[in-house]
Design a protein around this ligand. Structure first.
Ligand code: SF4
Length: 205
């Protein structure tokens, strides 16, 4: 299995996307259209660039001495579930990295999918219960829910208060989020400026 993943960006070092120093993958493509979304450039599934899961995995693993984990954000990671499941499963099986995934789906929407049998009609046919289970079984934390600008908070990795945090392992707890900055501006080795975090400044140019 070597799926392709459509991604928007990859950052090898970030402190604003989870506890400790982390690599971040922003996937490309999101159909959820939350008003006030901070990452509208990630919505178009035709944008971004394609990378194979094995190439992305190798990039991540090459950082093994410098990061404690990987955060996968978007865009909407669960709209590319096969590639996402392959990536997180491979990282979980072969490394000690912690894994955080952000999704715009609500936890109860995901629970509904988990409760469908594979044979029943699934309202989101691309996201099967099996794939979702594979993702959940391979990650430490899922931060779920649409961004609601009326409930914006920007702390504890929550962009808005309606979002929920699921801990699937005991590697972290809420206290570990206390020192995660709400935003950061990173200048990459090739001179690009990347602004990220749960409450990034909106710069006017
Ligand atoms: S789910 Fe995330 S990327 Fe998609 S529209 Fe909502 S905030 Fe934006």
């Amino acid at each position: 299995m070597n799926n392709d993943l459509k991604i928007h960006n990859f950052l090898p070092s970030s402190y604003a996307n989870g506890p400790g120093r982390r690599a971040v993958v922003w996937v490309q493509g999101c159909s959820l259209k939350c008003p006030g979304c901070y990452n509208p450039d990630t919505h178009n599934p035709e944008g971004g660039f394609t990378i194979s899961v094995s190439e992305l995995y190798n990039k991540i693993v090459s950082l093994k001495d410098s990061i404690e984990g990987i955060t996968i954000s978007g865009g909407e990671p669960l709209e590319q579930p096969e590639a996402l499941a392959e990536l997180v499963q491979k990282i979980r099986e072969t490394t000690n990295f912690s894994i955080i995934v952000f999704t715009g789906y609500e936890w109860n929407e995901l629970e509904n999918i988990l409760n469908y049998s594979e044979e029943k009609t699934n309202p989101k046919p691309t996201l099967t219960p099996n794939m979702l289970r594979k993702v959940i079984n391979s990650i430490d934390i899922l931060i779920a829910g649409r961004f609601d600008f009326k409930q914006k908070i920007g702390r504890h990795l929550l962009g808005s208060a309606n979002k929920t945090i699921r801990f699937f392992t005991n590697r972290y707890n809420l206290k570990d989020f206390d020192n995660v900055p709400e935003s950061e501006i990173v200048i990459t080795a090739d001179g690009k400026v990347v602004i990220s975090g749960i409450n990034p400044p909106r710069l006017k140019v």
